[in-house]
Every structure is written in C-alpha cells, then in structure tokens.
Design a protein around this ligand. Structure first.
Ligand code: PAF
Length: 286
C-alpha cells in the first residue's frame, strides 16, 4: 500500500490503472469505513482511500479542531484491508489558495435546495463544502466507482446529484450502515463516548425505529409522531436537531405515507452530535 500526500504523485501512480474504486473519508476509521473498502474491492483491483479532514465543510471552528486525526492507525487498518493507495493531502494541496488562515476557495459547488434542510439547517454551508471537496477529489482520483455510506443519507443524495448534474463519469455505490450490537450506527464521533454514554447513544436508533412502527400504525399522524419522538429524546438528555420522515427518493416530505421512505434524525448527546436513518417501505393506503 502506498501513502501519497501530493496530487501530482497520485496522478502518476494512478495513470497505469485501468479501473479505480474510490472511498473518500475524513479518517478515524471504523468498521463502517472498512465495509465501504470491501465494497470498493468488489468493483476494482485498485482501491484508493482519501483521508482528509475538510475545513470547508465545518462551520464551527472547534468542531474542526477537535475532529480526531489518527493517520497512522488508519493506514494500518487500510493496509490490512487490502487498499492500494491512501491519499492524505495537506490543506494547501486541496486548497491551492490557502494562506495559513483562509482557504481562499472563492468558487464553490452550489448544492440543491434540499441541502438547506435537515442537517443543512443547523450546519449552513456544510453540503456546499462537501460537494466542493468531493468534486476536487473526483478530479484528482478520476475513479470509475466511488463508494459512500448510507449513514450520511443526505450527503449521498447530494453526491448523486453532483455526479449527475456535473457529468462525472463515475458510478456511485451506497454502502449500508454498520451498527454496534445495540443498534448504534458506527461513527468516528462514537470514540468521544464512554461505555455508559455509548449505551445511552443507542437511544437515537431506537427512537427512529419507534417512529417507523408508529407511522405504520397511524400514517396520518406523522407530525405528532415526529414531535413525540423529539420530546422523548429531549427528556432523556438529547438536544434534537430533527426527526423527520422523508421520501427516500426525493428526500422531500412525502405527500402520503407510501412507497420508499426514510426516517432521519440528528441529535446531540453530551456534546457529541450523531446522525442516523432507517429506510422503510410503507404499503399503499386502503
Ligand atoms: O463523509 C465524509 O467523511 C465526508 O463528508 C467526505 C465525503 C469524505 C467529504 O469530506
């Protein structure tokens, strides 16, 4: 496995490859990321994983500074997983205008309006930052296939739009959420929790499951169901950003509870913000 920090070296290294599968990450890797690597290996002999904590997608400086950086341990895991190339660029490599303080990225990808909802409501500019850095990576790596996790369901939706509307010749593959035995979705942020907090953190997943059951019993009571789930989590010490049932196809609120749906949630427990979602299918109403 080769660890590359500069884009010109990456281009030279990948020139000889016929087919490349790409997994973009921000490091601090866990079983969820390794699952994406496994999928990538099914699609190409050459698997490239990027590790880059992208400043452009953080709107809170402290969040960016505190994001765990574990390059050495990550590379160990990726080597064992059979990755061909790790691309770990510095900020100035991804943002050529970076002057030590400002990224000077004056051109950005404008994501679709849905980027201002759900996670975008509490993280303005987040998805513009994600879409912009992913477009940069696509230009540098030029993969045939790129794999994104379904835990970031809204991100996956926006990346699919990016690829479609900017004509990137790349197949986007979605990797299922990997969960801890109690249901907690694997996340780099889980490393901030003690064992006790981790047990409590399963509450978000359980709340989403309860929403699905309630919606199936009472498809017309969605608003009250979402509010009840929010209140229940709040009473257990969570600070809830949203609990929302959406169409899994458009990400818009569904006009009727029918077809492919997804319940999404974002909430903070002990200063750690988690997101999760569960897809489900609702039968046509009689
Ligand atoms: O999902 C992530 O880890 C990041 O948003 C991504 C796609 C690597 C872009 O920085």
């Amino acid at each position: 496995m080769q660890i590359i920090h500069h884009s010109h070296e990456l281009t030279t290294r990948l020139r000889r490859e016929k087919r490349v599968a790409f997994v973009p990450t921000m490091g601090n890797l866990h079983a969820g990321h390794l699952h994406l690597v496994d999928i990538a290996k099914q699609h190409a002999d050459c698997v490239v994983v990027s590790i880059f904590v992208n400043p452009l997608q953080f709107n809170v400086k402290q969040d960016l500074e505190q994001y765990p950086r574990t390059l050495e341990a990550d590379c160990e895991k990726l080597k064992k997983a059979g990755v061909s190339v790790v691309f770990a660029p510095a900020v100035e490599e991804m943002y050529p205008g970076f002057d030590g303080e400002s990224l000077n990225q004056s051109m950005m990808i404008t994501p679709p309006p849905i980027a201002a909802e759900l996670c975008g409501e509490s993280r303005p500019g987040h998805f513009a930052g994600v879409a912009t850095v992913v477009a940069k990576f696509f230009n540098l790596v030029r993969p045939n296939v790129a794999i994104f996790g379904k835990k970031d369901f809204q991100q996956l939706f926006i990346i699919r739009k990016l690829v479609n509307q900017f004509n990137f010749p790349i197949d986007i593959i979605a990797g299922d959420i990997v969960r801890e035995p109690g249901g907690l979705a694997m996340s780099s942020r889980n490393s901030h929790f003690s064992a006790e907090e981790k047990a409590k953190a399963q509450g978000l997943h359980l709340a989403l499951r309860e929403v699905i059951e309630a919606v199936k019993l009472n498809p017309k009571g969605l608003t009250a169901i979402e509010q009840k789930a929010t209140a229940a989590l709040t009473s257990k010490g969570w600070d809830v950003d949203y609990i929302s049932v959406r169409s899994a196809v458009t990400l818009k609120p569904p006009p009727i509870m029918q077809g492919d749906l997804v319940v999404l949630g974002a909430a903070t427990l002990n200063k750690v913000r988690l997101i999760d979602n569960i897809e489900f299918c609702a039968k046509p109403l009689n």
